[in-house]
Design a binder for this molecule. Structure first.
Ligand code: ADP
Ligand code: MG
Length: 751
């Protein structure tokens, strides 16, 4: 009898367990049983070869009768351009009733080795016809073991004990069939497994017992079994995750923090009096919630999400000033140099004399007003400025420190760090949040993280499940919505001319523009790397014409300056400029000394130049939906309406073009973020948000399973409140350990 935690070597022996570990990283019985089937073939669905009709999607069980490689192997570029004879593999298979041809254009050598004469496999694909013969082009297939190939149908029928044949994620070295055999052996040896969910809860949600679900997902009798099994196992994923997060919240709330209550007449109050605008209702409300959090004796852990331009910075500054008023300090961490510098400029400007403690300008303070100092620290801060910033922060003279990753260095020591603010949080991992937090000595600082990439509710509940969440959904009054249009460069070339005219017109009336390109240029790589998936087998039937590389800043800028935008002051901005150069360009642009800024996505987040009203995004289909939304948030930040033009060569009706149309049609970042999530794998979302960690979610889908996740979250809170260490839920505790694996320490202990 084995348990889920036993190593695979026990039930399977050394050879099999070594292979499973090497190929899929599976070490324990539980690991293998969480290697769920990718799909299931229904035996009844197998189609006899003599009854295939064109256009049907079929699964057939057949044996290879003949396999032939035709054409010449590609040699050098002449062939790759499609002028030479193309190599292909033709395979004839038979099931005794009829024959069928299979054709492969890609991976010819590989498939030829797999599909040798006599091999038996399940083939799936859509029937087409070629020169009067029915064929499958690039069918999916699963090889069956050699023993089964001896006698075709009768023995196979016995081999499949169940109606539904599971198909596992497999590789050339480890076929689905072999994995299925291993799973069978492991299931046979599996002893009684304790349930992770309390009985009472299981009944309320009509969930199957855990062991039954584990067995059924691998060996379902019918689709109904499968539905129950999947539902139960999804619950396991959602619930273990939510309980782990609830434990993290619980632990965090038990940590002591220094209360930083608001002062009646401090710098914060003076700041509010000086604000050149009225706070929106949302800013006011969130501000009150945060002010209350800060006054508590346990640390605030809050995520502030808000549409681009919703005014999160002001909310953060008010929180920072409350902390300064109560004798503490605040740090603001920004993801880029450009953004840190901009924050420094705009925050000191908003503070005016309130930021000039110990300086001449302090004289401009109103009677009774006090001041603090704001320090800036980035990778490019000069030696002297750096020394003085470090010293001001160390002595406490500087109440606010703004900077990039440089803030995380050891030399940065605070007199009394009370609040950590992280801007554009999606650019950072949990590690950075923790590193900065550690700079508060003795107790925990309060933490406010901000993001303008709206997060669907379930992602918020999973990735950021340990944070309380506030949302700014309203834009400051007087903002006009950004009009977005797709400019089809191929079908309507004159639209592009018109776009440049619009840019000129805006500049003539005193405004400024951005032109965004996907690449810097003059080199092989792009700013964001390229997005090829690294596979060397071309897509079946893929055209082999060469695609032009994405447009580059260094090419587009001079073309515009000498062509359609001649006479305008054009500058460039990209990641390869030195920090000094970046600062100079941004300062000049903010001061209106540059009309058109041709840039990569370095300006994606946070950049705030209200006089910029037009943005032209070149090769727009190269960007993600949320990224486009972020980018266009750079315009229309002032009183004048913003215009965003998405220039693309993507053809109407293609998925790329549809994404652009969606961005043009809606200005709702939340809706777009759902769209983004639909198009990416959950793992990517969780992965990037958590700085590249592997996701433990196998069955759970963040959008589809929104309700289930919400229910699991609701159940997790009370359970952890009553039994924080899970002493009375040992099986659940074990499941959480397995779920978190190596991440346990950082996940829980650093809460
Ligand atoms: P984001 O939430 O995208 O970070 P910012 O904090 O950069 O937005 O604010 C965008 C712009 O709106 C800034 O220029 C800021 O000064 C301005 N702003 C913020 N709050 C208000 C308000 N209540 N009324 C008018 N303008 C505001
Ligand atoms: Mg911002």
């Amino acid at each position: 009898m084995t348990t889920l935690r036993d190593p695979l070597v026990e039930p399977l022996g050394k050879k099999a367990s070594d292979t499973l570990e090497k190929v899929f990283g599976l070490r324990t019985v539980g690991d293998l049983l969480r290697h769920y089937p990718r799909r299931y073939y229904t035996r009844g669905e197998l189609t006899p070869l003599d009854s295939l009709s064109e256009g049907d999607h079929v699964t057939v069980l057949a044996r290879v009768a003949m396999s032939t490689v035709l054409g010449e192997a590609p040699r050098g570029s002449r062939y790759q351009q499609g002028r030479g004879p193309r190599q292909r593999l033709e395979v004839i298979v038979t099931d005794g009733t009829g024959k069928l041809q299979l054709t492969f254009f890609a991976g010819v050598g590989f498939h030829a080795r797999q599909l040798q004469q006599g091999a038996l496999a399940l083939f799936a694909g859509t029937v087409s016809s070629f020169r009067g013969r029915r064929q499958l082009v690039h069918p999916e297939y699963e090889l069956l073991p050699a023993a089964a190939a001896e006698s075709l149908t009768s023995e196979i029928a016995e081999e499949f004990a169940t109606e539904l044949i599971p198909v596992y994620p497999a590789s050339a070295k480890l076929t689905s069939w072999t994995i299925s055999k291993y799973v069978g052996a492991v299931l046979d040896s599996l002893g009684p497994t304790k349930d992770t969910l309390p009985d009472e809860m299981r009944q309320r949600y009509h969930l199957w017992p855990r062991e039954l679900a584990i067995r059924a997902i691998h060996r379902p009798q019918d689709r109904e079994d499968l539905r129950h099994a999947r539902k139960r196992l999804k619950w396991d994923e959602a619930f273990t995750m939510q309980v782990a997060l609830a434990q993290r919240r619980h632990a965090a709330a038990a940590m002591p923090a220094v209360p930083r209550p608001a002062a009646d007449d401090g710098i914060a109050a003076a700041f509010d009096r000086r604000l050149p605008f009225t706070l929106t209702a949302g800013q006011q409300e969130v501000g009150e919630v945060i002010a209350h959090d800060l006054a508590c004796a346990y640390p605030m852990n809050r995520l502030l999400q808000g549409e681009v331009g919703s005014g999160k910075t002001v909310v953060a500054v008010r929180a920072m000033l409350q902390v300064v008023d109560s004798g503490g300090q605040a740090a603001l961490l920004a993801p880029t140099e450009v953004l840190a510098q901009q924050h420094y400029r705009s925050i000191t400007a908003l503070l005016g004399p309130l930021a000039t403690a110990g300086q001449l300008a302090e004289g401009q303070l109103a009677p009774g007003e006090r001041a603090t100092r704001v320090a800036l620290l980035t990778g490019s801060t000069g030696v002297r400025a750096r020394r003085s910033a470090l010293s001001d922060v160390f002595t406490g003279d500087a109440g606010i420190l703004i900077g990039t990753h440089a803030l995380l260095e050891d030399q940065v020591q605070f007199a009394d760090l009370g609040l950590v603010v992280i801007d554009e949080q999606h650019r950072f991992g949990v590690e950075q949040r923790d590193a900065l937090r550690e700079k508060a000595q003795g107790s925990r600082p309060h933490v406010l993280v901000m993001t303008a990439t709206p997060i669907p509710r379930t992602v918020a509940m999973t990735v950021f499940g340990d944070l309380e969440i506030s949302t700014l959904s309203e834009l400051p009054a007087g903002r006009s919505p950004i009009a977005t249009h797709v400019v089809p460069a191929v079908e309507r070339p004159h639209y592009l001319d018109r776009a440049w005219q619009r840019v000129s017109e805006e500049v003539e009336s005193g405004r400024q523009a951005y032109v965004v390109c996907p690449r810097i240029g003059d080199d092989a790589g792009g700013e964001d790397g390229d997005d090829s998936d690294g596979s060397d087998v071309p897509e079946p039937g893929a055209e082999e014409e060469t695609k032009r590389p994405p447009l580059a800043v260094l090419d587009v800028a001079p073309e515009l300056a000498e062509g359609p935008l001649s006479g305008l002051r054009v500058a460039i901005m990209h990641g390869r400029l030195t920090p000094d150069e970046k600062d100079r360009v941004m300062t000049a642009f903010a001061a209106g000394e540059v009309d058109v800024l041709v840039s990569t996505t370095v300006i994606e987040v946070g950049v705030d130049v209200p006089n910029a009203t037009v943005m032209v995004i070149m090769d727009a289909e190269r960007f993600g939906v949320s990224q486009l939304h972020q980018l266009r948030g750079r315009v229309g930040r002032g009183r004048n309406p913003g215009l965003c033009l998405l220039v693309t060569e993507a053809e109407p009706g293609t998925p790329a073009r549809e994404r652009l149309d969606a961005v043009a049609e809606t200005g709702d970042g939340f809706q777009l973020s759902r769209l983004d999530l639909q198009q990416r794998r959950e793992g990517d979302v969780l992965g990037s948000a958590q700085a590249g960690r592997r996701s433990s979610l196998k069955l759970l889908r963040l959008l589809e399973d929104e309700d289930l996740i919400a229910e699991a979250r609701q159940e997790a809170g009370p359970l952890v409140a009553l039994d924080p260490e899970l002493e009375f839920h040992p099986a659940l505790k074990e499941a959480i350990d397995d779920f978190l694996g190596d991440r346990r320490a950082e996940f829980l202990d650093k809460a």
